[in-house]
Design a protein around this ligand. Structure first.
Ligand SMILES: NCc1[nH]cc(CCC(=O)O)c1CC(=O)O
Length: 315
């Protein structure tokens, strides 16, 4: 078989996570970095229009034949299906939690009153404000090392820090070997993370059986069902990837659990729905049905409680 060309964003994080996954693809593999608007434009995620900024360039490269496979961070993937594109695999999830990187080794509870905490995510901003109304949340962008430097200063000189802490995905830190910089890990009960956080999506051209076979081994059924449930909440609430919405699902003890929370951006309100489905086995059809079921119930409960208004206010 010819070499499988695997497209990824060109950031260190994207390259690292793609390389680790592609090791498990069958046959010869070549990584092809593709620059996306999310990499070149420094304006805030909200200004960029959120949904899909990191993804569309990679999909274009798939469709025009530049690459045969595209690897994305699942949380960056819009929920709407894309024409001509097939989701061939969902990788086993890395830790889904968010991490705090703070000056002087501070844990979240130890941040002083009025501390400046950086994040570009409306969800993280709302969660921080809810937990600690005294904090000053600062909108930041940039790659992982850049964001860490806002709290810890330059990696060599330690100079230039202008924030007390930043919040990032632990998965991203781990993939870059930077998880040692985390000074605290935020628990999923108080800080449920973005739908799909920590998992990777492997997309191919629809119907490309050779590419599908080459990546098949990287598909992880319970992660696929879990992120499917989380993303169904996102879709059901008609929220974009920049919405103040946290959702976390997992398969454990013979059940699929889902908990989802919608927030007022100012941190004044949180709505939560938690549901479980008891599984008879691990067949993928049953997992898929379970994901639909828990997501439907969570969406209905959140809608009933007024989540649509919260999400709309955030736009
Ligand atoms: N929003 C950007 C983004 N998309 C995926 C990750 C890395 C972690 C993951 O795989 O979810 C990050 C960085 C972050 O949120 O700190």
């Amino acid at each position: 078989m010819s070499t499988l060309r695997v497209g990824t964003r060109g950031s260190a994080l994207a390259m690292a996570q793609c390389a680790a996954l592609a090791e498990r693809f069958a046959g010869e593999v070549e990584l092809v970095p593709i620059t996306t608007k999310g990499d070149t434009d420094r304006s805030s995620l909200q200004q960029l229009g959120g949904t899909g900024v990191f993804v569309s360039a990679l999909r274009d490269a798939l469709l025009d034949g530049t690459v045969d496979v595209a690897v994305h961070s699942l949380k960056d993937l819009p929920t709407a299906p894309a024409d001509g594109i097939e989701l061939a695999a969902v990788s086993k999830r890395e830790d889904a939690r968010d991490a705090l990187v703070a000056r002087d080794g501070l844990r979240f509870a130890e941040l002083p009153e009025g501390a400046k905490v950086g994040t570009g995510s409306p969800r993280r901003a709302a969660q921080l404000r809810l937990a600690r109304p005294d904090l000053e949340v600062v909108d930041i962008r940039g790659n992982v090392p850049t964001r860490i430097a806002r709290a810890l200063g330059d990696a060599e000189t330690g100079e230039g820090a202008d924030l007390d802490a930043v919040v990032l995905a632990l998965a991203g830190l781990k993939r870059l070997g930077l998880d040692g910089k985390a000074t605290d890990i935020l628990d999923l009960v108080d800080f449920p993370t973005a739908p799909g956080q920590g998992a990777l999506a492997v997309e191919i051209r629809a119907g490309d059986a050779a590419a599908r076979a080459a990546v098949a081994k990287t598909d992880h059924a319970s992660t696929r069902a879990s992120v499917d449930a989380e993303r169904r909440v996102l879709a059901g609430l008609e929220a974009g990837c920049a919405a103040p919405l946290g959702a976390h699902a997992e398969v454990a003890d013979g059940m699929l659990f889902l908990s989802a929370s919608a927030y007022a951006t100012d941190g004044s309100k949180r709505l939560t729905a938690s549901h479980a489905y008891t599984l008879d086995g691990t067949a993928s059809a049953e997992l898929a049905g379970a994901a639909r079921d828990v997501a439907e119930r969570a969406v209905a409960e959140l809608m009933e409680a007024g989540a649509a208004e919260l999400i709309a206010d955030a736009r």
